[in-house]
Structure formats: C-alpha cells, structure tokens
Design a protein around this ligand. Structure first.
Ligand code: SF4
Length: 461
C-alpha cells in the first residue's frame, strides 16, 4: 500500500488541488475519470491542468512516437508550472519506459497500467515526504511487472451528471501482438471483468442516469477468453440487453477476425445495441497485413463488411488505417485505398506508422520516408471526408432516434445528440424547451451540414 513498510497512508487531503492530463485512447480517458473520482472522495479538489496545483497526474500513451513525445512535453510543462507539486506519471508510456520517464528531473512518481487503485495513497505519501525532504530527488519507480498473476483492476465508475454517455471497461490487455503495437507490452494479457460484475456496473450506470453505455477494452472482442466456461462477448451482450432501464449499449473497437455472425445477429435483432461497429482494417493489402501479424485478409474484411451491412441495415462501420508501415510500397497503398473506396465506411481514423521501441516492426527494414507517409495519410483523409458525407446523406428524409446530449456549444439555439449509428444530429432548441437532455427524441433529418453533421426537426413520438 505504501513505500514505508507497515504504514498505511490514511489520506484525507481536504482542499488539496490535483490536476489531470490524459493522452491517448478512450480507455485512458475513462481511467482518468475514475481516478478523479478516487481523488475527490479523499478530499482533493480537481483543478484545470493549466492552473497551480499540489499534484499533477499525467496519464500517458505509447501508441505512437508522437504520443510519447507529447507525454514528455506535458510532464515538463507540469514540472515547470509548480516545482513544489508532486508530479505522478502513469499509463502505457510509463509502463514501457519507466526509467526514461523517471530520468526527467522533477518527476516524483511513476506508476504503470496496474496498481492505480492505490494511487491516492502513493501520491499522499509523496506529498508528505516531499514536504519533509525525505522523498528521493530522483523520484520512485512504482511500476508493477505485467505477469500472468494480474487481475482485472476495478476502478470506480464515472459519475458526471452532465453526461449522457458513460464508458464501462470490461476488458484489459491484449495477446495478439500486432508487430507495430506496444499495447501488449504496456497492458499485459487479456483480463476480463466477470459477467456478473459487468451487469452490476452497467445497472449502476443506468440508475445514475446514463442513457448510453460504451463497452470498452483494450481488445474488447477477446472478452471472456481468460474466464473460460464459454464466456464471450455475444453471451455477455445477450445478458446485458435484458437488464431493466432506458438505455442503449455501444461497442468500442472489435477485431475483424472476432466479429462473428452471432455478434452481427445480436446487433440486428436487439434495439438496445447500437448499429455501430468500429472494425480496425489497418491495411487493405494482404502482404502488409501478414507483416503486421493481423489474422485476416483484405477479402475476408470486405466480405465481413458486406455481411454486416446486409444483416444490419443502416449500420455505421468505422475503422482505423495505418499508413507507411515498413515495406508499404505504392502498390500496397493503392490496394488499401481501392478497398476503402469501395466500402461505404461511416468514418476512417488514419494513422501514420511510427516505430515503437521493442516492437518487431521497429526493426524491419524498408522504413517509409515521412513525406510519403504524409501524402498517403492526406489522401486517405480526403477519402474519409467524402465517405463520411456520403454516409450521412443517405439518411436525409428519415426519422432517426437521437439521444440528446446537450445544448449545442457550436450552434447557438440548437440541441445536439447522437444516433445509434453514430451520426451527430442538431435540431432547434425552440422545438423542445427543456428536460430533453438525456432523452431519446425522434428527429426527421432535413439536410447535411458541414462534413457529416445532420440537421433536422424533432417530431412527436
Ligand atoms: S489487437 Fe493488435 S493493435 Fe490492437 S491492441 Fe492488440 S496488438 Fe495492439
């Protein structure tokens, strides 16, 4: 529990200010939200990262070279802002490069991707000892080894009453070892939250007023693999959709090889499940997919895409694409571009490959030059804009159910919300004055606004 044998740091830090900065994915964002809750419970006041604070906590990402660089910048910024404050760094980057993080003068504490539920205690101990001059100037490395004994770490659920959507982490870790990815090294193997606990936590979120729950994980479609007894994602979903309450469920990323007909069938038949799948493609070329250690071919992906659209009319399929992987020549990139151009994606997230230390791809020859990556990435981003607008246009004239999130900050006098198939919709606030936030409202779509935003009018139920 603490660095001092036998001493449990009982912490009530009334009024102490803690500031958070999060880099990276939704899992990290959700974990930060949970940690904020832990700190608040112990009397801390959460303040803006740009303000003076007693503690700065940086939740890091190691997915790209740029992410790691940004982490170092943010850490230095925090140290510069208030040298007397405790600076604690956690997350994927600190898990894989703890000593590198610790070598930044002014970092007090490095924690990885486990053991975060005791962060308040660790930070409190650092605060006390730093004040009395007992804390080592070089800081302390509290990163735990990610071995097979790790359990799923449960952090508190978020409780932000202004939000309608909550993220519920049901899985952590990954065993796939795609050759470009640091995640299996940073997060360890697959660990799943027991189905009973998922049900319990989802019910808590629904009772707290959340109307949409996004099931997240590092490799979400591997859910249950470690639990045995036939537990898997479709079986879990079948139980979750039967829970009482007014809510819907969205899935975060699912791997192509793990999207089964059983899963598609469930999405097709349960109105509780959002018609949205994020299925990372990464490349549309078989040679590159093989070098990436991705277990499917471009043709299998294409078939899956069409099957999903056939079984689930109106489904939004979004994806990730990685350009400039070592050895990606023009012909490989063209295969990716051509495949995507024929598949009506809702959206693409385009990433430029950057070597991550310790991964097999970092040692591969034929690294692609940065200007080539830039050109390929811009090319796909333009295609993404076209695909997004064309997907949105298909719904003009239809009435869609919108989960109203808020009064729009972007458009004065409008409500905004999200459909189950991941379209952002605006309708005039004059049509529904109040009490509509967090409600499912039918909206007739009238036109497409900038890029892929839809504009419409609320209609009676
Ligand atoms: S599936 Fe591949 S890309 Fe995704 S986390 Fe696992 S190793 Fe990384």
């Amino acid at each position: 529990m603490s660095f001092t044998n036998g001493v449990i740091w009982v912490v009530e830090q009334q009024g102490k200010r803690v500031a958070f900065y999060t880099l990276g994915c939704k899992v990290n964002q959700q974990e930060t939200a949970s940690l904020m809750k832990l700190f608040r419970k112990r009397g801390f006041r959460v303040v803006d990262f740009k303000k003076d604070a007693d503690v700065y906590i940086i939740n890091t990402c190691a997915v790209t070279h740029t992410a790691a660089q940004k982490c170092r910048q943010v850490i230095r910024r925090a140290i510069g802002r208030s040298p007397a404050a405790v600076v604690a760094v956690l997350g994927c980057y600190s898990q894989v490069a703890a000593e590198e993080v610790l070598s930044i003068p002014g970092v007090d504490l490095v924690v990885g991707t486990s053991g975060r539920s005791r962060l308040v205690e660790l930070v409190s101990e650092a605060m006390e000892k730093k004040r009395s001059g007992e804390w080592p100037a070089k800081g302390i490395n509290a990163v735990e080894a990610l071995d097979g004994s790790l359990d799923f770490e449960q952090l508190p659920l978020p409780d932000d009453p202004r939000r309608t959507r909550a993220f519920l982490k049901i899985e952590d870790g990954c065993d796939q070892f795609c050759t470009y990815c640091t995640v299996p090294y940073a997060r360890g193997g697959v660990r799943s939250l027991h189905p009973d606990l998922v049900q319990e936590r989802l019910s808590e979120l629904v009772c707290a007023g959340y109307r949409e729950v996004v099931l997240t994980g590092v490799h979400t479609s591997a859910y249950g693999k470690d639990l045995g007894g036939g537990v898997n994602l479709p079986r879990l979903l079948r139980e979750l959709v039967e829970l009482p309450g007014n809510f819907r469920i969205r899935l975060s990323s699912v791997e192509p090889a793990e999207v089964t007909e059983e899963l598609l069938e469930l999405l097709a038949t349960s109105p509780r499940l959002c018609r949205h799948l994020h299925i990372p493609l990464q490349s549309g070329d078989d040679e590159i997919l093989c070098r990436m250690n991705r277990p499917y071919t471009a043709e299998e992906y294409r078939k899956l895409f069409h099957l999903a659209r056939e079984m689930i009319p109106g489904i939004a399929i979004t994806t990730d694409v990685l350009v400039g992987f070592p050895g990606e020549e023009e012909r490989h990139f063209q295969n990716t571009f051509n495949l995507i151009a024929t598949l009506p994606f809702r959206d693409l997230h385009v990433f430029k490959y950057s070597p991550r230390p310790g991964t097999p791809a970092a040692a591969m020859p034929e690294q692609v030059a940065p200007p080539v990556k830039d050109r390929r990435s811009s090319c796909l981003r333009r295609l993404a804009d076209e695909l997004a607008a064309s997907f949105a246009r298909r719904f003009v004239g239809e009435t869609m159910t919108v989960l109203v999130e808020r009064r729009s900050r972007k458009r004065q006098g409008w409500w905004e919300g999200l459909t189950d198939n991941y379209l952002r919709v605006f309708f005039p606030a004059s049509q529904r004055k109040s009490g509509v936030r967090g409600e499912f409202v039918p909206v007739r779509i009238l036109e497409v606004g900038p890029r892929d935003e839809l504009q419409g009018e609320a209609v009676e139920n």
